[in-house]
Ligand binder design. Sequence first.
Ligand SMILES: [Fe+2]
Length: 228
Amino acid sequence: MNTTTLNPQTTSLSPGTSIQQQVNESISNLLASLPDPEKLSAEQRRGIIARYTSVLEGNFIYWMTGAYLSVRSEEARSIILDNLHEEVRDSHPAMLRRFALAAHAAPTDSDALAVYRDLTNVRLFVGRLSTVPLVITMAFFEGFIQKFMSFLAGIAVAQGSKEMEYTDVHGVCDVAHTAGLFRALDAEIALNSSDSDNNLFEGVQLLRKLIERIVNPDMVSNGTHATA
Ligand SMILES: [Fe+2]
């Protein structure tokens, strides 16, 4: 894993573009750390899809709801509500479950256990409803998901799947969702000057660890890979 330390000290609450640059950099570094799909075994491919599904299926809407509960500006509320509306109306969890089933990668108890600790850390962070760090986290999440879809679709195809609705939809709609969340961030930054003392990237760091765990469940906690 190539861990890049985000530097909150260099981040001011204005302009938001500095935050956006750090989020984009973190997404790029995370994508660059992904394994070569050609070198993955069938079990490694199955595991990545299963752990991704285990995390996203039951948590994405709940975490976005947390962001909704935390924001105060009308603009941010409206943007996040649109996002939630689409998730629920089009039943993205059902779409994701179909994707996993078609790739023979429905999550098992072991898959859930592998991500349990890192998932819990993100849940506890979301529960604090710390507005700016949480909106930054969800912008990072949307931005990552959108760019991760080609990798995810590729390993599903290698598993023999032809069910690509989930990856097709999220490779497109999350572009607008990410841009929307950065607009929501700007609106919230204008209202939340007291957040300037917080670690704005705490949630990004926790979520990034969780995604790294999805990709490599044998990663040891200091961020290096287990050799066994
Ligand atoms: Fe979605």
